[in-house]
Design a protein around this ligand. Structure first.
Ligand SMILES: *[C@@H]1O[C@H](CO)[C@@H](O)[C@H](O)[C@H]1NC(C)=O
Ligand SMILES: *[C@@H]1O[C@H](CO)[C@@H](O)[C@H](O)[C@H]1NC(C)=O
Ligand SMILES: *[C@@H]1O[C@H](CO)[C@@H](O)[C@H](O)[C@H]1NC(C)=O
Ligand SMILES: *[C@@H]1O[C@H](CO)[C@@H](O)[C@H](O)[C@H]1NC(C)=O
Length: 187
């Protein structure tokens, strides 16, 4: 029994450390002129006490809230390993580079707000897996390419409530011929 409890405890510590390591790596990849991430301390047991980070009772990260924080730099692919992430709120920064395909692994994601950044490249087709996603706001970036059919399927069959792709350079569109009530902005 004691061994079981200990090994459960160890498992949760290890996963908390993994998530903390991912956030420390993301911090290192960003420029943060306002020092909003200065409390992100790698020596702490897990990231759940850090500002802008929210966890569930199992110390797994469920939210990152870093809107309008003057952050620049890329999104690292390891963000897709924050297995319980529900809210990724990074709008109104200067985040650049492409959207990592690994974000399609975040199957619990409810809201992905990357609007008003400097992201380029396509929307990954891996977003097909985001069946819990209700808010996908990518407006005012420099995204391009064809809107993947998988993302169109999220509009018709997924949980999306709002999809805003305005202010990018996408080709084609999404026909508004579905039954569900959803706000789609594309211009
Ligand atoms: C963004 O943050 C700045 C201060 O850093 C503030 O003045 C501004 O109102 C904020 N903008 C929004 C849209 O929240
Ligand atoms: C996450 O997604 C990437 C790209 O979509 C994939 O190659 C990778 O195997 C996935 N990793 C996990 C742990 O599911
Ligand atoms: C937007 O992306 C295109 C290539 O897709 C590039 O040529 C252009 O410089 C980018 N613009 C900005 C403002 O990043
Ligand atoms: C979508 O984004 C555009 C550009 O940022 C904005 O003007 C528009 O109000 C947004 N649409 C909705 C429904 O929020």
């Amino acid at each position: 029994m004691v061994i079981l409890i200990l090994s459960l405890l160890m498992a949760s510590l290890v996963s908390a450390n993994l998530e903390g390591d991912i956030l420390i790596d993301q911090r290192a990849a960003w420029q943060d002129p306002n020092n909003v991430l200065q409390g992100w301390d790698a020596t702490l047991l897990n990231p759940c006490t850090w500002l802008h980070v929210t966890c569930n009772i199992d110390n797994q990260v469920t939210r990152l809230d870093l809107g309008n924080a003057s952050i620049s730099g890329p999104l690292i692919p390891q963000l897709g390993m924050l297995a319980k992430l529900q809210y990724l709120e990074l709008q109104e920064n200067k985040i650049s580079g492409s959207i990592p395909a690994s974000l399609g692994n975040l199957t619990g994601l409810v809201s992905l707000d990357l609007y008003m950044n400097q992201l380029s490249g396509p929307i990954p087709s891996s977003f097909a897996n985001l069946n819990s996603l209700q808010y996908l706001r990518l407006n005012e970036n420099n995204l391009s390419g064809i809107i993947p059919s998988e993302v169109r399927d999220l509009v018709f069959f997924g949980s999306l409530v709002q999809l805003n792709l305005s202010g990018n350079s996408f080709m084609g569109g999404i026909r508004n011929s579905h039954q569900r009530v959803i706000t789609v902005s594309l211009d």
